[in-house]
Design a protein around this ligand. Sequence first.
Ligand code: GLA
Length: 664
Amino acid sequence: MPEPHSPSLGDATRGRILFGGDYNPEQWPEETWHDDVRLMRDAGVNSVTLGVFSWARLEPQPGVREFGWLDRLMDLMHGNGIGVVLATPTSSPPPWMGRLHPETLPRDEDGRTEWWGSRQHFSHSSAVYRRYAAAITEDLAVRYSGHPALRMWHINNEYCTYDWGDEAEDAFRGWLQAKYGTLDALNEAWGTAFWSQGYGDWYEVLPPRRAHYMKNPAQVLDFKRFTSDALLECYLAERDIVARHSPHIPVTTNFMAVWQGLDAWQWAAQEDVVSIDVYPDPRDPFGAQYGALVHDMTRSQAHGGPWMVMEQAAGPVNWRGVNHPKPAGLNRLWSLQAVARGADAVCYFQWRQSRQGSEKFHSGMVGHAGEHGRTFQEAKRLGAELALLGDKVADTRVEAPEIAVLLDWNAWWASAQDGRLSSEADCPEIVRAWHRALWEAHTVADFAHPEHDLSAYKLVVVPHLYLMTDAAIDNLLAYVHQGGTLVAGFQTGIADEDDRVREGGMDRRLRELFGIRTLHEWWPLDAGETVDAEGFHGTLWSEEIEAADDVDAVTPYKGGELDGLPAVLRKGRAWYVSTLPEPHALRTLLADIAAGAGVRPTLAGLPAGVEAVRRGGLLFLLHHGRDRVTVPVPGRHRDLLTGAEVIDTVELGRYGVAVLEVAA
Ligand code: GLA
């Protein structure tokens, strides 16, 4: 019997790096399609994503189908050797749906309806919406499953909606009944003895709608869990339809980068291909590090295998306050960075820049300036380079990182509640600060869920797991017990999975692990305020901790209320950092701890601003600065991008990239 085949990105890439993007030809007259194809071929585009927002075009009236235009496009793409990632159009229902079935429209926490006229105006819990979504998905799958252009299914787009409406209320209640079984269990988990919130009937239990004052945090936490699950049900319903018709075609849905709404660990487990939309700000001095973080997260969700940049911008976006273009070379640099960190697809929103609608000032691969514009010319160069790399890179893995950064959406959700001590302490920003320190120390890290098997890592970093399950705590203890090195930031393991503060203010076993006898008080800092510690300044937070007798080393706070108390504690291989050291101090601290754990930088002697990543036996060097630098690379190499021989050093100019293969 042949092994059952699970589809993967390899089925779509077929040994190449996918290059292309969202293509919205319904916005253009058909003559333009032929010009599009000419330019796609010119630029080496081998993949387009069709149909993301095509519902009104495909189903102009309830139950009516207009597939002719899409048939012509699928054939046109196939005839030109361009594969299609075909989207289900279910993120933007046609206006008739809201008019005929107003219950399909979501409501916000104030009970206000989100009307059509934009996008994503669907209630995840609406039975009517789900029925129409399933029907159009079924018909697309029947029609195109066997089409030779089809490479991948793309379900919906950036699932991200919340709904406090009536059907969502029923669904939330059902979700809670399944979770808790009895009202007593719910009352206990939500701590409803506080403020007279005890529920005597399931019909009293609501989504956390507008209230006079702070809402019950456990209720809000469960509502976030429920929302992620309700959206996942929508995804799974469509995924199962397309998978039934084309079991050999991989399925994905595109995540927003570092997005709070979906528990990406759970979601990624349900995808054949993990794909991401990533939009670093070209003006952000640490935009490259943000990109690296997103790439590392996405690769980790793909279990280290190849993943997909489904969307990025060739130039400016149009949804920031001020939207800056990408300087020459930056699009190439950040695209190759994604490839270095494991991407097998470099795709854009969108192919041709719109002339109408909300995104007419959002860049496209073909901008308003057309084929002679810098944006297209740069895209064309990139397409040629990706084609050069394809057969050496596609389907290979990033050299296994020795560091894992732990992240859990439950901890993020719980730490972002009303009623906390500091609204300055933002989980993703804290995670970013720790990741940045690792990135600047020239090490590559994975992300992991706190209950994952961590035994392959030499160092585990916990930036901000405010909430931890017992299983996660057991996992960390076992990891250290088996010889792993652990470093944790402030407020680790404060709450259990119901957001109940653990006895003593922090889990007892974790206190023992780190050598904390008593955690007396938390001392959050104001924005911009610092606290002195021996050898560095802390930011954001500090803690009044009494060290246990068996602690091995302490770096104390200096001056102020916490004078002499531990800022950093070490007991054996477990480190606890009760503040957020300023960037260079965190980098030094982490680099030292990593070195102690046997982790080495990817390459010795790298200049600041040069990133090095090894993938598939190749060494990617990415220069994020503008001045020329010399990078030591002992031995003889060949640069796959230029064909040049490299002996011992390589020169990189502004935003320069080299992809080095050891010379035979
Ligand atoms: C998201 C969406 C796209 C587009 C871009 C703009 O990623 O999926 O449809 O709106 O944002 O940056």
